[in-house]
Design a protein around this ligand. Structure first.
Ligand SMILES: *[C@@H]1O[C@H](CO)[C@@H](O)[C@H](O)[C@H]1NC(C)=O
Ligand SMILES: *[C@@H]1O[C@H](CO)[C@@H](O)[C@H](O)[C@H]1NC(C)=O
Ligand SMILES: *[C@@H]1O[C@H](CO)[C@@H](O)[C@H](O)[C@H]1NC(C)=O
Length: 350
């Protein structure tokens, strides 16, 4: 009787072990075997194991666990750059403030592996302007892993980054689709300053009347629309055409699904059963007027009809930045939406 119970318990242990992650197994299986070998009191096995399972579960620290609710705010850096410009810091801080209950994740190609909460804490310290925000996370961006099991993998294996004219843009376009597929949530370009929560989980946005935005959009994980985006990316790839995989891809799909919705009022429309947001929500200042962000205004606009502001960094070839004391719209926005970054700039003079 006692022997058969011991065998039964052993089988339960084996079953439990198969649920443990591989890295956790290394540490924990030794411990489990020790209990099994040395402890004759079989009745104590079960509680021990359930406790182990719980602790192993909370040990697992990865983008997948942090983003498991599908409600993250996702930012991406596809170069090896590890010193984000102040606008990137401001974009991330403003998102962390506007969405305090949601994880804000910055995926960076230049980051080493992060396996534990301690790794994450150490990494946070590398970004002092952001380190006080417990809902900001940094995770490494590994393209081959990210594109695995998506329509982008074949494209990625064929393409030669060194020969691509717009590799930074094109790889960033591809990453946002694959990240949306695997994690869901809201994707934002790192030149988008959040000002109030977007009240939708699923949405696309218009950049202007005839173009859909690729800079901000939201979808749940494994959404079929994301699959359509990735298929279009791989099938119609033109690395030599700027924006072909970005706004133009979004526009192609929207045109295919619902024609090009026409805004006659300030209200949002619907496309393929999801909200299609008015250009004012993110682009109250259109790309032709991007310099207005770096100008002094008599009265600052309230942006009451906007959720976030796209600062059109790609138009900014002259490298304009927020200058403390300049009294520009950009300074006003930093002071209001990312005050910690603003203070950090004042102190460090970055
Ligand atoms: C990480 O930092 C948080 C906040 O400071 C702290 O509560 C937590 O204990 C730290 N975790 C580790 C493993 O160092
Ligand atoms: C996605 O799936 C939903 C529900 O299954 C369906 O109603 C919708 O038409 C699909 N959309 C696309 C773009 O295939
Ligand atoms: C914008 O919103 C603020 C506060 O919600 C309000 O005080 C202000 O009157 C609004 N401005 C406009 C132009 O609607």
């Amino acid at each position: 009787m006692r022997k058969s119970f011991k065998i039964f318990t052993f089988l339960v242990v084996i079953a439990a072990m198969t649920f443990l992650s591989r890295s956790a197994l290394k540490q924990k299986s030794y411990y489990i075997m020790n209990i099994l070998m040395s402890n004759g009191k079989t009745t104590h096995y079960a509680p021990d194991i359930s406790h182990l399972l719980e602790s192993v579960h909370s040990d697992t620290f990865s983008a997948k666990t942090i983003l498991r609710q599908g409600n993250g705010i996702l930012f991406v850096e596809t170069t090896d750059r590890m010193e984000p410009p102040s606008l990137v810091l401001c974009a991330i801080e403003s998102a962390a403030r506007v969405y305090p209950d949601r994880p804000v994740v910055f995926f960076m190609k230049g980051l080493g592996d992060i396996m534990t909460e301690e790794d994450e804490n150490i990494t946070r310290e590398r970004f002092p302007a952001l380190s006080s925000f417990q809902n900001i996370y940094f995770f490494p961006l590994r393209l081959n892993k990210l594109f695995n099991n998506t329509p982008l993998m074949d494209w990625f294996e064929e393409v030669n980054p060194k020969k691509e004219r717009y590799w930074t843009h094109v790889s960033s376009d591809a990453c946002r689709f694959a990240l949306m597929w695997k994690y869901g949530g809201i994707y934002m370009d790192s030149d988008v300053i959040s000002i109030r929560p977007i009240p939708y989980d699923h949405f696309l946005a218009a950049e202007h009347s005839s173009s859909t935005s690729s800079s901000v959009y939201g979808l749940s994980p494994f959404h079929n629309l994301t699959w359509l985006f990735m298929e279009d990316f791989a099938q119609n790839y033109r690395g030599d055409l700027w924006g072909h995989q970005g706004p133009k891809l979004f526009t192609r799909i929207v045109v295919k699904l619902c024609g090009l919705p026409e805004f006659n009022t300030i209200h949002d429309l619907m496309c393929a059963n999801i909200p299609y947001l008015h250009p004012y929500r993110f682009y109250p200042i259109s790309y032709g007027s991007w310099k207005k962000y770096f100008e002094v205004w008599e009265n600052f606009p309230t942006f009451n009809n906007s959720y976030a502001l796209h600062l059109w960094n790609y138009m900014n070839s002259e490298g304009k930045t927020m200058v403390p004391g300049s009294n520009t719209l950009a300074e006003h926005l930093y002071q209001k939406q990312c005050p910690t970054t603003y203070d950090y700039i004042l102190k460090k003079n970055i």
